[in-house]
Design a protein around this ligand. Sequence first.
Ligand SMILES: NC(=O)c1ccc[n+]([C@@H]2O[C@H](COP(=O)([O-])OP(=O)(O)OC[C@H]3O[C@@H](n4cnc5c(N)ncnc54)[C@H](OP(=O)(O)O)[C@@H]3O)[C@@H](O)[C@H]2O)c1
Length: 317
Amino acid sequence: MSNFMQAAILPEFGPATAFRIEKVAIPLPAAGQVLVKVKAIGLNPVDFKTRSGKGYASYQTLPAILGWDIAGEVVSVGDGVSKFSIGDRIFGMSNFPNPGNAYAEYAVVQEEEFAIIPKNISYEIAAGTPLAGLTAWEALFDHAGVTWGQRVLIQAAAGGVGHIAVQLAKWKRCFVAATASAANHPFLTELGVDQLVDYKTQRFEDVVEKVDVVIDGMGGETALRSIDVLNPGGILVSLPSMYKDDPAVIARAKERGVDVKWMSVRPSGERMEQLAFLLSNNRLKVQVDETFPLTEIVHAHQRLEDGHGKGKIVLTV
Ligand SMILES: NC(=O)c1ccc[n+]([C@@H]2O[C@H](COP(=O)([O-])OP(=O)(O)OC[C@H]3O[C@@H](n4cnc5c(N)ncnc54)[C@H](OP(=O)(O)O)[C@@H]3O)[C@@H](O)[C@H]2O)c1
């Protein structure tokens, strides 16, 4: 193995065209870390926000290697590693929100943040799972405390987080209402959504009866209007961090007697194992909308930024 690898380097924050494919040194795993030969990388909106100087840009040092969602094969292990061996297929969200250095042929990851990929799952699907899957799980179960049979509304349900949240809520036998454009309705019906709202032609608050929980992947005006469909005592979990602590949302939530929470997803190997279990028995299907080779990073980011993906955009290496 040569000591060098290809990586997508970001020399400066800016547009997608800022990326450069360059040769850099392969990193070495320290204690508790493993070196992964990266096979696929999941993209998330935080990737393009960070690239443009927002998101978690302040956590990066330029030139940076962006990306957090990694699926690949273990090729060497650091001292004290007991969970994985060379040859294991593993996946996880690496080091978020600190640099994950995913957009490369090799990456060093913490063993406690990763899990084994089920045998029936491809590297592409595995790479599409971590950040979106961990977010959907945390939002529904840790922050909203969703229980069996509740009524849940999922905003931006056809997206990365949304389509996984739909399936996790259905797993708990919830009634699930969801917003998406009409083109994505057949996809969401297949995932088990009970009531679909075309956000382009309908106002969800006019057609969805009161719910216990809203998972909101839009923020802003959608978050504000979401409060109107919640039962008293209900919970809105809003995801886009740029709207965190929106005073208008806090004021309306207080007025209506509902709770509102913003969250920041955290890496977790244990949660990855739970998601792996659901993937292994087909309870969870992660949709890969489009794949691009790593060398096509510019086009992949342009597609991601368009904001109308069906499931996940994934890079292959
Ligand atoms: N705080 C956290 O820890 C955290 C974690 C993960 C994600 N996030 C944030 O949560 C948001 C969603 O993430 P994601 O990965 O799911 O994004 P995504 O995959 O890019 O979401 C794209 C989806 O949004 C839908 N959409 C666009 N406009 C809509 C509207 N007005 N109403 C309903 N749906 C609409 C699109 O559906 P159509 O194609 O049908 O229009 C598309 O399927 C992002 O802002 C992301 O940064 C935050």
